[in-house]
Design a protein around this ligand. Structure first.
Ligand SMILES: [Ca+2]
Length: 599
């Protein structure tokens, strides 16, 4: 996982160095940078973003399936699909098999690749060039559907537009299935957080890139195939899950099916909670880094986290009817497990067989959720789960918390931005006041006319009246060992959705917890699943998903998950169950999903 370190710079120095920073930082492993032409250094005054022609929202008709079509145009699309504010930088035909996707055995089918940018402008604060960069892949043999691939992290690069179907090591993509798939950088050319100094880039990242790109993409589809999409979908995980939740609230008139994975739909709060975690971990570190800073990795050793995971399993594994290394009944585990009583306390030095009282206090505080000094909640609690000893759990709690969340809060989520005047990295986290600074995610000031909680989160997320009334469907999944976006937050949201919709939201929104899964993939879990196919069946055939099949990625899998316990079958399957139902053992083969029922 790439760690992005921001140097400590005075504001003016930071602004001058921004271009160097942008050029020097690695991507998040999800694709290349937006190809920014080198000759764009003399932009004119910032133009008002031109709104593309808004096509009418597709009108849903119950149980009507999308119809296939053929690509009629490719190289001439730039002329055919001309729109004010949109520049197509390249349009090329891609032969079948020219593109491959790791873990997917089938070649990517022949398609037309359109690259471009919308609303190019010069940022008034930092003088940088901004645009909403995108790539759009339109298959020759089209299934009649549009897929908006919402990307993760801070966005800032155009990940290859193949379309995620959810989970770890997916065996197919939306593009393989025949969807026309768009991907974007969400309005800034680098995954570094300095774009947060630009007010419009904040809004583009929060929600406006989806607003701008959706009608542009539908226009391109109409010109490429002779008709618009029969059905439109949007999906992603992490920040992509957040984009999905925002779309469910803001853009339900444009989408028939929405897939939200591990949604960070309260992302500014979660980022503050990460800084809160850093402030806790430093109280139990035992060594410093070479740079002389507290080494958060020493706050809890792997042996100590294994100990906690084992203690959770001892109390909670059997609650779902089978001791199988999976804690499926998260609500029952909440009362069954006691960190204080069930994890041995150290009488002497830390040796991996116990936790000190201070360690227990730290872990209890982090799991209870970040709070200010008056005890007011700043973010959700987290559930204790058997997957908290996953590598991804460590990475988010002890590394990304200081390397990523500090920059995100400092430059994108705080108003006015706190980052330019403060040290970066762990020093930023330690100086961050949960009393004086945390409220800045709710603040608007001067040129920053919307708070981060306003532009990043879905408005009225427990209503979703537009989505419900037009017949669109929302499918949500979340790893219960996600260390950064809490599945408790998602469960609480779903309870609110039920309450605000007469006690039952199952007709339009379903939430599938994934026991043991860390952030979007990994951990001791069955995390290989296809959520897109059931979503399409729900939207187009009215077949609501009562359970979704998930498979472990043990030895021999297309992408092996090394965290699968040795005691599991390498191909263990489980049903994922719609919350609040729990996969309960009712059969005779503990490795087979058919032995479980959602109850
Ligand atoms: Ca179990």
């Amino acid at each position: 996982m790439a760690r992005i370190e921001l140097p400590a710079l005075a504001p003016a120095a930071f602004l001058l160095s921004a271009a160097t920073l942008l050029a020097g930082c690695g991507g998040g492993g999800s694709g290349g940078f937006l190809p920014v032409a080198s000759g764009t250094s003399t932009p004119a005054a910032t133009p008002a973003p031109a709104a593309p022609a808004q096509p009418p929202a597709s009108v849903p008709v119950a149980s009507t399936q999308a119809q296939p079509g053929k690509l009629l145009s490719c190289e001439d699309l730039a002329a055919k699909a001309a729109l004010a504010g949109t520049v197509y930088t390249s349009v090329t035909a891609v032969a079948a098999g020219a593109l491959t996707v790791a873990g997917v055995s089938a070649p990517v089918p022949a398609h037309c690749l359109v690259k471009g940018k919308m609303n190019e402008r010069t940022g008034p604060v930092d003088g940088q060039t901004y645009a909403i960069g995108f790539e759009f892949r339109l298959p020759v043999d089209w299934n009649g559907r549009f897929f908006y691939q919402a990307n993760g992290g801070l966005d800032g690069s155009v990940a290859t537009a193949t379309g995620g179907i959810g989970g770890g090591g997916p065996r197919s993509t939306a593009l393989h299935m025949g969807f026309a798939v768009i991907s974007s950088d969400a309005g800034h050319p680098s995954p570094t957080p300095s774009f947060g100094l630009d007010p419009q880039a904040r809004l583009d990242y929060g929600y406006n890139a989806v607003a701008q790109l959706t009608p542009m993409a539908k226009n391109l589809i109409a010109k490429a195939y002779g008709r618009g999409p029969d059905r439109s979908y949007l999906g992603g995980c992490s920040n992509g899950g957040r984009h999905a939740m925002v779309a469910a609230s803001r853009f339900a008139d444009q989408y028939d099916g929405i897939l939200a994975g591990d949604p960070g739909f309260n992302l500014p709060q979660a980022a503050v909670a990460q800084l809160y975690g850093v402030q806790q971990y430093v109280t139990v570190t035992t060594a410093n880094t070479p740079a002389g800073k507290p080494d958060l990795q020493t706050a809890f050793t792997q042996a100590e986290l294994n100990l906690v995971a084992k203690a959770v399993a001892t109390r909670c594994d059997a609650l779902d009817g089978l001791v199988d290394g999976i804690v499926a009944d998260v609500p029952k585990c909440r009362t069954a497990f006691s960190l204080a009583a069930d994890v041995p306390s150290c009488s002497g030095t830390r040796d991996g067989s116990c936790l000190t009282d201070t360690q227990k206090t730290v872990l209890a505080k982090v799991f209870a959720g970040a709070r200010d000094s008056a005890g007011s909640s700043l973010y959700s609690s987290f559930p204790f789960d058997a997957g908290i000893n996953g590598a991804n759990w460590r990475a988010w709690k002890f590394a990304n918390s200081q390397a990523l969340d500090t920059g995100a809060v400092g430059f994108v989520f705080s108003t006015l931005p706190l980052g330019p005047s403060r040290p970066s990295g762990i020093d930023f986290a330690l100086a961050f006041s949960m009393d004086a600074d945390a409220p800045s995610i709710y603040a608007a000031s001067g040129i920053y006319t919307q708070s981060a909680m306003s532009f990043m989160t879905p408005p009225n997320p427990t209503r979703l009246a537009t989505l419900r009334e037009r017949g669109s469907k929302l499918l949500v999944y979340h790893g219960t060992s996600d260390p950064v976006f809490s599945s408790d937050d998602t469960a609480n949201w779903y309870e609110g959705l039920r309450a605000d919709n007469g006690g039952d939201a199952t007709s339009f929104a379903r939430y599938f917890p994934v026991p043991g899964m860390n952030h979007c993939a990994g951990g001791p879990t069955t995390d290989q699943f296809d959520m897109l196919t059931p979503l399409v069946a729900w939207v187009e055939q009215g077949k609501a998903p009562d359970s979704i099949l998930a498979t472990a990625r043990g030895a021999g899998a297309n992408v092996v998950n090394t965290e699968i316990p040795a005691s599991w079958s390498a191909t263990r399957t489980r049903p994922l169950c719609p919350f609040p139902k729990v996969a309960t053992y009712t059969g005779s083969n503990p490795e087979d999903a058919a032995s479980f029922s959602c109850k």
